[in-house]
Design a protein around this ligand. Structure first.
Ligand SMILES: [Cu+2]
Length: 333
């Protein structure tokens, strides 16, 4: 879709070199409201969230580096989280809602970034075909198009300047919740885990999590000793935050690309590797998931309310296999 849009822009502008630009989520803002300057200049009317007080880039560089290592199904599920969180929490305004998201020009930079990260993933996983082939039934394509038609960007007359720079983006920073995600309150679900079986590439996998039409859902995930109970306090968050997920609400109409449930994948390796670097973790450990519903307020920022985590099965997955998890009732607050 982006490639067709770019071709259309080239044709109406008469400029055969015109290119859509991408928004690198993992670099600091060059504008004054938390966005790349080019996108602030293009859309100055103030309907986006103002992130000028945010020191970090929207997404930590090593979050993407960790996702890029995963095989297709887990990479595909994991990348949904920064995608949805940037739509709703970070940008807001038109970008909050699927039917209006493309009315803000930053939508194209946001999706070009997704496309760039997918191209990076392809460069790292040449033996993995990625998504299965299927025909797109979404309106807006100028001709019948399938996954196989758009899989290889070298056939689509564009490329990215940064495909070789994947490793250089890694940072040694500890994982920390994105600044625009709420870190207070929520419904707490705790899973006992065998810390000895956690491999350095372990991720939390939740199957069939409902996708609502009314609200988005955020989940903050912590890996911590059982005898240090979860609490929404800066010291705890700094020591044990592992990752997050974000489920963007569905559109009002039924749509094949917006199913009623989705799989959730949260990389645990950044936190695990930091814990392991300080000495092999011992004793009883748990994964705690804190979920909240995100509802857009009529003006400005979202409001957040607690929501119980719903899923059909939970597991820890790594290259070595999968271990089922059972949720425990209760937990900290
Ligand atoms: Cu999107």
């Amino acid at each position: 879709m982006l490639a067709y849009f770019e071709q259309e822009l080239r044709s109406v502008s008469g400029d055969s070199c015109l290119a859509l630009i991408y928004w690198n989520w993992t670099t600091n803002a060059t504008g004054s409201h938390g966005y790349p300057k080019a996108f602030e200049d293009a859309f100055p009317d103030g309907t986006r969230n103002d992130n000028s007080g945010t020191a970090q880039p929207p997404v930590a560089p090593d979050e993407i580096t960790a996702l890029l290592k995963l095989p297709w199904p887990d990479f595909s599920a994991g990348i949904q989280s920064p995608h949805g969180y940037i739509h709703v929490d970070y940008v807001g305004g038109h970008m909050t809602s699927p039917p209006t998201a493309a009315e803000d020009f930053i939508f194209y930079g946001h999706h070009a970034e997704l496309d760039r990260i997918f191209a990076q993933w392809q460069a790292l996983h040449s033996g993995d075909k990625g998504p299965p082939n299927k025909k797109f039934t979404t309106s807006g394509f100028p001709r019948p198009t399938s996954t196989d038609d758009v899989r290889d960007i070298s056939k689509l007359e564009y490329t990215y300047d940064t495909l070789g720079g994947v490793q250089a983006e890694a940072l040694a920073e500890a994982p920390y919740p994105p600044a625009a995600l709420s870190v207070t309150g929520g419904s707490v679900t705790t899973f006992p885990v065998d810390i000895k079986q956690l491999k350095s590439d372990a991720r939390l996998v939740l199957d069939s999590v409902p996708v609502s039409r009314e609200y988005s859902e955020q989940g903050l995930v912590y890996l911590h000793p059982e005898n240090v109970p979860y609490q929404s306090e800066p010291d705890f968050i700094r020591a044990y935050f592992a990752g997050y997920f974000f489920i963007w609400k569905r559109t009002g109409a039924d749509h094949p690309t917006h199913p009623a449930t989705m799989g959730v994948v949260v990389d645990l390796s950044r936190r695990y590797n930091r814990l392991a670097a300080a000495g092999t973790p011992k004793g009883k450990w748990v994964v705690t998931v804190v979920t909240s519903r995100v509802t857009e307020a009529p003006a400005g920022r979202k409001s957040v309310s607690s929501a119980a985590l719903t899923f059909s099965a939970a597991a820890i997955r790594s290259a070595g296999g999968s271990t089922a998890l059972k949720a425990r009732k209760g937990g900290g607050k």
